[in-house]
Design a binder for this molecule. Structure first.
Ligand code: WT7
Length: 678
């Protein structure tokens, strides 16, 4: 059974009807969501042989010091490290000890001194069709100008700033300017609302927020400055707000606090000496969701992180000097940090940066851009592929896509049908699909085909093999390696340079979340399986984290948001399979006495969450119930809810057992059934 088929459920109108249908269907078809295990030879399309990958991977594990000594020279260092890895304070691993470098120097100055001086660093394209080419030389000028503005604002090495910008050139400029003077930044996705922004600003202690008047998305204006004003009221660390004039909408400027970007960067002919940063000084903090309400501030450093992302981009995609690389993610996620901004610039590549929706104004927007700019390497998400696939083949058919050489995906498992469409319809069966598996915490790809090293055969839906330096293992609950072909938890046995330095202000949580389940090994909550050919298959999250359109969202974040409404007493959130988004958010809520559930309340809840948390956190469905199943210790049984709701129960309930006893699960199912009968 194909993944798609298992994901498409009937559109019943009420919860009760839906639950009834689910039970019925479950009895009729006792199926499971199998994957299609076919291997597709693409050897003939890539020039290398797998042998190179194998020897490099072996060396990286057997002699990590020598391997990384060699591979860290991909960057220019002010002074070399005197030790490759310090693991004496494990799990706080430190790389390239006492090595000094500057990321903005490596991303810009180094190229400006070379033949790349006038090469395009970014070809920026707006939703409106407007475009701007920024060369390495031009980018360095802008970065210096803004670095000077930050110094003028009184910032110094060790301080922190927050960036709340859409996909405009100023975003990478501000990131690099901060890196130049040793200020760590946190860039917050511009789709997050004011509470989410305030929480992040406060946790990292940002003194300055850089934002824009507004952003264009799908033909709509998003008033970013207003959201910042709300957030800054809650976050007390902010002294200054710098505003980029982007959309030209009218904004309120607070005297003595708010400044225009174009005014503070008036002097474009300045040079700011790059700070000599320690390899293990923080470069940025990026917040991501976990299993508690508070987002985790993942801290990445200067040295190890930069070495990791530049090598992995090279290994996985094999970019050539004159290539055009398009990572179609948003800069607000780690994909954008690592593979729109830092890695491509460190490698001196030309990137497309697109501000807007990939299906706006027409569903062929992406294909049009590829044709117009001759994109060679495309990197996008399974969600985007599924969405574009649904518009039909005529849209890509209108465009010459022959410039494409490698196609990448990221963010969630890619189902075989989407893989095949991407491979055949977009890549014309000649571009390997590079399914990159990684996380915010891992800095860059950890399992991915490596075009540069010889990928061998691809299997649609498998991220194939570990990157050099990565030593994965699949374990059971007790930490025993599971046999080949069996599902377990993925763990990594050795540290690698891209692994985060830690969690901001929370060393204990870092240890507890990632290194306590399997002491000495990195654990991240993903299910995986290794097949008999050694291919890795990522099988989704094992925890209370959802992947909605590839966005990582904790169920508890939405539950917390729901119960913060005076109308709501309790909430249980889980996800259901969705044909396009991968997962869609479903909420079961219990109203407080005196409030009546209904359409009006649903609208109010959705609107509130949109404003405070951001549109990506708005539940697709909100259902009103009298109770939600809980374990005796009071934990909401989200997985039971999900299984019942999506029709997987009754059947095998063994996968539900980690959080509750079989009796409790049976009770929960009975109680849900009773609610459907009412
Ligand atoms: C989680 C990390 C990776 C950068 C963007 C998302 C899932 C990511 C894949 C893939 C299967 C994947 C995992 C992971 N995931 N890529 N190729 N195949 N699953 O970063 O927001 O930190 O999310 O995304 O569940 O743990 P993130």
């Amino acid at each position: 059974m194909l993944y798609e088929e298992s994901m498409s459920g009937g559109q019943a109108h009420t919860t009760f009807e839906k639950l009834k249908i689910c039970f019925l269907l479950t009895y009729l078809f006792m199926t499971e969501t199998d994957r299609e295990y076919i291997s597709l030879p693409v050897d003939e399309y890539v020039s290398h042989h797998r042998g190179r990958y194998e020897s490099l991977h072996r060396k990286s594990i057997e002699d990590a010091d020598e391997f990384w000594n060699e591979h860290a020279s991909i960057l220019e260092w002010y002074s070399k490290w005197d030790r490759v890895l310090d693991d004496t304070k494990a799990p706080f691993f430190r790389w390239f000890i006492n090595g000094k470098l500057n990321v903005s120097y490596n991303a810009l100055d180094r190229h400006v001194k070379s033949h790349r001086r006038n090469k395009a660093a970014f070809i920026w394209v707006a939703e409106s069709g407007a475009e701007k080419i920024v060369t390495y030389h031009g980018l360095l000028k802008r970065v210096n100008a803004f670095a000077k503005a930050l110094l003028d604002a009184g910032l110094k090495k060790g301080d922190r700033i927050a960036i709340y910008l859409p996909m405009i050139i100023e975003a990478p400029v501000v990131m690099l300017a901060a890196a130049r003077i040793g200020v760590a930044f946190t860039l917050v996705f511009s789709g997050f609302g004011s509470n989410s922004l305030a929480e992040r600003i406060s946790d990292c202690g940002a003194k300055v927020v850089v934002t824009a008047d507004g952003a264009n998305r799908g033909g709509k204006l998003i008033e970013l400055k207003k959201i910042v004003d709300d957030a800054v009221e809650q976050a007390t660390t902010v002294e200054e707000v710098i505003v980029v004039k982007n959309t030209g909408n009218k904004v309120e400027m607070v005297e003595g606090r708010d400044y225009w970007y174009h005014e503070v960067t008036k002097d474009q002919n300045v040079f700011v000496e790059p700070e000599k940063m320690d390899s293990n000084d923080p470069l940025y903090i990026l917040y991501t969701s976990g299993t508690t309400g508070k987002p985790k501030g993942v801290v990445h450093g200067n040295g190890g992180y930069s070495v990791w992302i530049s090598n992995t981009l090279k290994w996985a995609f094999n970019p050539q000097e004159d290539d055009r690389w398009w990572c179609a993610a948003d800069i607000g996620w780690v994909t954008g940090h690592s593979y729109i901004v830092f890695a491509p610039l460190l490698l001196g590549l030309t990137s497309i940066m697109y501000e807007g929706a990939i299906n706006y104004p027409e569903p062929d927007r992406m294909w049009e851009i590829i044709e117009k700019y001759g994109v060679n390497l495309l990197y996008t998400s399974p969600t985007a592929i599924r969405m574009l696939m649904r518009y039909g083949d005529a849209y890509p058919g209108k465009h010459d896509l022959s410039s494409l050489r490698v196609l990448g995906t990221v963010g969630e498992p890619i189902n075989p049908a989407a893989w095949h469409w991407y491979f055949r319809t977009i890549g014309k069966s000649k571009c390997p699909i590079v399914d990159t598996y990684w996380q915010t915490e891992t800095g860059g790809f950890i399992i991915s085909p490596a075009v540069d090293l010889g990928i061998g055969s691809l299997k649609p839906g498998s991220a194939t093999f570990p990157m050099p330096g990565i030593d994965p293992v699949i374990l059971d609950e007790e930490g025993k390696e599971v046999p080949v072909g069996q599902k377990g938890f993925i763990a990594v046995r050795k540290p690698w340079p891209g692994l985060m330095l830690g969690l901001n202000n929370d060393p204990e949580r870092y240890k507890a979340v990632y290194f306590s389940k399997y002491p000495g090994k990195y654990f991240n909550g993903d299910y995986a399986m290794k097949d008999s050919d050694g291919y890795y298959w990522l099988l989704g999250r094992s925890d209370e984290v959802m992947k909605v359109s590839g966005h990582r969202i904790g169920t508890i974040e939405i539950e917390d948001a729901l119960v913060s409404f005076k109308e709501i007493a309790e909430a249980a959130v889980f996800s259901k399979p969705d044909v396009v988004k991968g997962e869609a958010i479903v909420a079961f809520v219990i109203t407080r006495q005196g409030f009546s559930p209904g359409k009006e309340m649903t609208e109010k809840l959705k609107k509130g969450i949109r404003e405070t948390m951001g549109p990506i956190l708005v539940p697709d469905e909100i259902h009103y119930v009298g109770s939600v199943p809980k374990t005796r210790s009071g934990k909401i049984m989200r997985r039971v809810l999900k299984a019942v709701y999506t029709g997987q129960v009754p059947g095998d309930i063994s996968t539900l057992e980690n959080e509750a006893s079989v009796d409790e699960i049976k009770e929960a199912i009975e109680s849900l059934r009773a609610q459907t009968k009412r």
